[in-house]
Design a binder for this molecule. Structure first.
Ligand code: PMP
Length: 453
């Protein structure tokens, strides 16, 4: 057994961490977690903390789900791997391909293309969207439109539609033919407007204007997260996604819902699209499909998309895309168990009910602390936006976020810092007591953050 001195000595020295500067990781080494149970993590110094991050929006059912663990170990014994490239498949993949459609019946999904994660799923959705139009003979429809502040992973396609400069600047030039419209967000928007419904309409108007300006026959798809996650938990007004759906339909543009975070109950509804009463043409999922225990993702396709491919017998309909780990049998076994457990534990309902305590608790903190410029969220996804000047909404600096993080950690809660946002996305099995612990830690975090100003 490697001892803790070795772990601390070598922490972040010989690897580069995602989404961090290597030097910053040397100076402020990451927390080393060694075990977890329920909704709590234990670090190398034996501190126990509530995981208010839920892994990375994925450990919806916590760390102790033995049904999923056993499904994984059983599949590892029986058949640890085989590919699903043309000509071969495996039993868990076939079973999952049937069962997953039950989940997405209300959205009208009828086929799945499996991948190994969120970025892969987004890349797949973009590629299949272009191919859909080519199959139909509309070969100029190659462009994509997305929301500023959206997050869609880090592949070149995903980074191109991404709405945050941090994930774009150093990797440019990105994909040509990608255009962004403002996110429907009441706290910050270019319209100096605060009415969420008016903002939704203004953004929808800009979407339509952009489609018309580009030429509708050149636009392949519009993609959005039903609730924007990594960009700071931005909850669009309920009218936005239906308006966007109607505009897409009218102009022959596919609507892709990036449900990598929102599928499987996070918002209090089983999917983000269902929350807003929308049927997209494609839905990307990943993360909670295996409770984070094994990498898996996928793209769901509706009848319209499927029909175009499957009624096409020439080479345009053949899919020249896929991953070695598309539909990995161990991942599929994990997913089958996760879907059953997710339904059994009724986590969407818990997310709705317990999530209300979280959102109300945060609103009270927003009133108490000036540094909490805005708190927002839905279900069990929430953000506290830290500002140094509440009037001007000036984003607070790194020192302020870091002070929040450490104070919350000392109070026994792991939170996530993303720029000047504190992001909360605990497992969906949390209780009201767990949420109260999170809110209490946020209270202490905000007190510490205030002192840095
Ligand atoms: N889309 C969304 C909405 C996401 O939140 C994420 C990851 N946070 C991704 C795509 C990319 O997923 P992955 O990190 O698994 O590649």
């Amino acid at each position: 057994m490697i001892d803790s001195a070795f772990l601390k000595e070598n922490n972040a020295r010989y690897l580069w961490h995602p989404m961090a500067h290597p030097n910053d990781m040397h100076e402020n080494p990451p927390k080393i977690f060694v075990s977890a149970d329920g909704v709590e993590l234990t670090d190398v110094d034996n501190n126990r903390v509530v995981d208010a991050v839920g892994g990375l929006w994925n450990v919806n059912l916590g760390y102790s789900n033995t049904t999923i663990k056993q499904a994984i170990s059983k599949q590892l014994e029986v058949l640890p791997y085989y590919s699903s490239f043309r000509g071969t498949t495996t039993a868990p993949l076939i079973e999952l391909s049937v069962k997953i459609l039950d989940w997405f019946k209300p959205e009208g999904m009828c086929r799945t293309f499996f991948t190994s994660g969120g970025s892969d799923s987004i890349e797949t959705a973009l590629r299949l969207a272009r191919q859909y139009h080519k199959v139909r003979g509309e070969r100029d429809r190659t462009k994509f439109i997305s929301l500023r502040r959206g997050y869609h992973g880090t592949h070149f396609g995903g980074a191109s539609i991404n709405g945050n400069a941090n994930f774009r600047r150093n990797y440019e030039p990105l994909l040509p033919g990608v255009y962004h419209i403002p996110a429907p967000w009441d706290y910050r928007n270019p319209f100096e407007e605060t009415d969420p419904q008016k903002i939704a309409k203004l953004c929808a108007n800009l979407l339509e204007e952009e489609i018309i300006f580009q030429g509708p026959d050149t636009v392949a798809a519009f993609i959005m997260e039903p609730v924007l996650g990594a960009g700071g938990v931005i909850v669009p007004h309920e009218t936005f996604m239906p308006l966007a759906r109607e505009i897409c339909t009218r102009h022959g543009v596919l609507m892709i819902a990036d449900e990598v975070i929102t599928a499987f109950g996070r918002t209090g509804a089983w999917t983000g699209s269902r929350l807003w009463n929308v049927q997209p043409d494609m839905m990307a999922f990943a993360k909670a499909i295996t409770n984070g225990y094994f990498p898996l993702g996928g793209v769901l396709l509706n009848e319209k998309v499927v029909e175009s491919f499957e009624s096409n017998r020439d080479s345009f309909g053949a899919i020249g895309h896929g991953y070695t780990y598309s539909g990995h049998p161990v991942a599929c076994a994990a997913a089958l168990a996760t879907l059953e457990e997710t339904a059994r534990l009724e986590v969407a309902r818990n997310s709705r009910v317990v999530g209300e305590h979280l959102q109300n608790g945060l609103k009270k903190l927003e009133e108490k602390y000036e540094v909490a410029g805005n708190t927002r969220g839905i279900g069990l996804m929430a953000a506290i936006e830290l500002v140094s000047d509440p009037e001007k909404k000036t984003p607070a600096g790194k020192v302020t976020s870091a002070a929040f993080f450490e104070a919350a950690y000392q109070a026994g809660v792991m939170i996530r810092v993303s720029g000047n946002n504190i992001i909360l996305s605990p497992p969906l099995i949390v209780t009201v007591d767990d949420v109260q612990r999170i809110v209490n830690a946020a209270d202490l975090g905000l007190a510490a953050a205030s002192k840095t100003l």
